[in-house]
Structure formats: structure tokens, C-alpha cells
Design a protein around this ligand. Structure first.
Ligand code: DI6
Ligand code: FE
Length: 374
């Protein structure tokens, strides 16, 4: 039962509370109904194409080799800076529409391909504009600490002092920042540098999350947990014994099997240890032009099952309840409970396993939504 876009009662129709008789009933024909899906980690606002790097990697170059030689994130930074607002928005909406066709109602979108204060803020502004155009809620994340632009000559600290921190202050003052993220990696930023960014986020009262332990073990996940991070993301190189530290901080582990797949990684995130420690597992596309050019959350769910051995139910929790928690939206989205927003997905299916099993096409029957897009 819903009123004004909120779920007011959940149960069997035989037990409907008094006063429900006057409400409109919708017969869903016995179909599977889930909370509308949540993609909790994307870089979907960007321009350009990196398929040439895909070919280079297949010929033997590593992601790090390409990044160090000026490709990778830098190639997308150049394309994104060069695109007009209209073009950047139009290219991004194609990916948003792919997600919407699969029942996605909430999308997190990171900056990180601008790397100047103006261009980072422009990315977040365009990300926010999407929710005026489509029936989705957008959560925006400041990820200026993604790569060091060429003109800083590898001086990460100078970049943090002159772009990441002052830009964060400015973007937050404009109400554009829901969360702060960083890329903690040998080719990006050290834990000490990330903690300088997180200190500023804390001063501003903005929650944090971190790309951690994707390509190597930098101990970024525990650093993020010490700041009460909403999530730590990737985690292929997380030491299994560190799972309990994430559990006690209530930090969600966001699994990104699309990046694992595209980079042809072989080291698996320690899913068993995370599960045993009681860490909530979310699943997301990591939609980006380099390491995860994927705008299908159902495909990411399939990969989480086939590659990381999640159960289909875990994959569904990972794109609903756990994904909501990773965005600070627990209780509001990602669950069919009293008080939650009435954002639902109706599927031409009868069992959650069918959602994660199939690749290609969308089994979405309809969304039940209170959101409006133009
Ligand atoms: N990790 C990722 O998977 C993306 N960013 C990051 O920090 C990849 C970004 C890219 O290669 O464009
Ligand atoms: Fe990412």
C-alpha cells in the first residue's frame, strides 16, 4: 500500500488494514516485484571512446602501462573537457537510458574526468541535471582525486592543495556534493594523500567512500573505514583479515565485476571473508569508458554471480538494499518496507535467480515510480 509515493503497509491482501478499501488496486499478474534497482558506483558522465586501449590491452599492455604513458583516465579527461555541456549531457543520457530500461531508479555519478575545479564542478552539474530529465535520483560524488593531470608533473600533493580541496569546498558550497571519493592506488593517490582529502570532507560534513585495493594492496579500505566510509569499492587485493574492520565500521563492500572482467583480472575479492564478517555486499556497473564500459546493471549482477560466486539473491540485495546503504539512502530506497519510497520494479519473471541468470534484453515489465522526467 502506498500514499504520496511512500510505502505505508506491506502484507497479504487478506490482512489489508481498515481504510484500504477505497484505494486503487493494481494487479501485477503474479510477476516478480523488487525495489527499483540502484547503481551505486558509476563514472557515466564522460565523453569519448577508449576502445583502442581495449585493443592495446589484448595485445599485452597493462592498464597501468597505458595510464603511465598518458592514456587511460587522461584520454577521457581530454575528451570530456573538449565536449560542450550539451554534448556531454547527450552522451551521458544514452547510458542513463540503458540503466532505466533495466529498472534502475537511483544512480551515483562521480566527477573525476575534469581535473580542474571548473570542469569537475561542470561534471557534477550535468550529473544533477539528469534528474530533471529522467525519472531517476542522482547522487553526486566529488572524485577529483582520481588522477593527477599532466600539468602538475606528477605532484599529487600540489594537485590536492590547488584543485581537489579548494574545488571540493566550492562544489560543496554550491550544494553539488553528496559524497567524496578518491582513487587510492600506486598510479593515483597514496593513503596519506587520500586522508588529507577525507579530512576536508569531514570538516564539511560530507560522507566518504574509496576506490580501494583494485590493483594492489594499499591499505586504503581500512583507512576509509576509519573515516566511517559508506563504502569501499573494488577490493580485489583486500587482505581477508581486514574484512572485520569494514564490518565494525558498517562500511559496505562494493563489488565491480565489470572492471575485473574487462581487465581480465585473476585475483578475486575476498567474498567469503567479507560475507563471514557480515560486511554488506553491493554490486555496481562502475560504468566508465576504460575499465568497465558497461551500462547494464543486470549484466553486472550476472558477473557478480559467475565471476565472484554471489548467489542471485545476494546480487539482488547488492543492487537494492546494500547499494542504498552505500549511498546513505538506507531505509529510503532499495527495500519494500513501510516508510520507504514506493519505487518498485515489476519484472516479467517469477524468481530473483532469473534476474541474474540471463544476459541481454531487459525483462522489466514496468516501473512503479513517483519520479518524473521531462
Ligand atoms: N577505478 C576505476 O575502475 C575507474 N576509475 C577508478 O578509479 C576507471 C577509470 C578509467 O579508466 O577511466
Ligand atoms: Fe570506479
Amino acid at each position: 500500500m502506498t500514499r504520496a509515493g511512500q510505502i505505508t503497509w506491506v502484507g497479504q491482501s487478506a490482512r489489508l488494514p481498515a481504510g484500504a478499501e477505497g484505494l486503487e488496486a493494481v494487479d501485477l499478474g503474479g510477476r516478480l516485484v523488487t525495489p527499483a534497482l540502484i547503481d551505486c558506483h558509476t563514472h557515466l558522465v564522460h565523453a569519448g571512446d577508449r576502445s583502442a586501449e581495449f585493443e592495446m590491452r589484448l595485445l599485452g599492455a597493462s592498464y597501468e602501462d597505458i595510464a603511465r604513458s598518458g592514456g587511460g583516465i587522461h584520454a577521457t579527461v581530454l575528451a570530456t573537457r573538449a565536449a560542450s555541456d550539451e554534448d556531454l549531457l547527450a552522451q551521458s543520457l544514452v547510458r542513463v537510458d540503458d540503466l532505466i530500461a533495466e529498472g534502475v531508479a537511483v544512480i551515483e555519478i562521480k566527477s573525476g574526468y575534469g581535473l580542474t575545479i571548473g570542469n569537475e564542478i561542470r561534471m557534477l552539474r550535468i550529473a544533477r541535471e539528469i534528474q530533471n530529465l529522467r525519472p531517476v535520483k542522482v547522487i553526486t560524488t566529488w572524485l577529483a582525486a582520481h588522477a593527477v593531470p599532466k600539468d602538475f608533473d606528477g605532484d599529487q600533493d600540489a594537485f590536492i592543495d590547488s584543485v581537489v580541496i579548494p574545488g571540493l569546498r566550492l562544489a560543496a558550497a554550491q550544494g553539488l556534493v553528496d559524497m567524496v571519493d578518491g582513487f587510492c592506488e600506486t598510479i593515483a593517490f597514496s593513503p596519506a594523500q587520500i586522508s588529507r582529502v577525507f579530512d576536508e570532507a569531514r570538516r564539511l560534513g560530507v560522507p566518504v567512500k574509496l576506490h580501494a585495493e583494485q590493483l594492489s594492496d594499499q591499505k586504503g579500505a581500512l583507512l576509509a573505514a576509519s573515516y566511517g566510509a559508506l563504502s569501499v569499492d573494488h577490493l580485489e587485493h583486500l587482505a581477508p583479515e581486514e574484512a572485520s574492520g569494514l564490518a565494525s565500521a558498517g562500511t559496505v563492500a562494493v563489488l565491480l565485476p565489470g572492471a575485473y572482467y574487462m581487465l581480465r583480472e585473476t585475483r578475486l575479492p575476498p567474498v567469503g571473508a567479507l560475507r563471514a564478517a557480515g560486511v554488506e555486499l553491493a554490486v555496481s556497473t562502475d560504468c566508465n569508458p576504460g575499465t568497465s564500459p558497461i551500462s547494464s546493471l543486470l549484466t553486472a549482477m550476472n558477473m557478480a554471480c559467475t565471476l565472484f560466486r554471489l548467489t542471485p539473491e545476494e546480487a539482488l540485495v547488492g543492487t537494492t538494499r546494500a547499494a542504498a546503504r552505500a549511498l546513505g539512502l538506507a531505509g529510503e530506497f532499495g527495500t519494500i518496507d513501510r516508510g520507504a519510497r514506493a519505487e518498485l520494479a515489476v519484472w516479467n519473471l517469477t524468481h530473483p535467480a532469473q534476474l541474474a541468470c540471463r544476459i541481454g534484453g531487459s525483462p522489466l515489465n514496468r516501473r512503479i515510480t513517483d519520479m518524473r522526467g521531462r
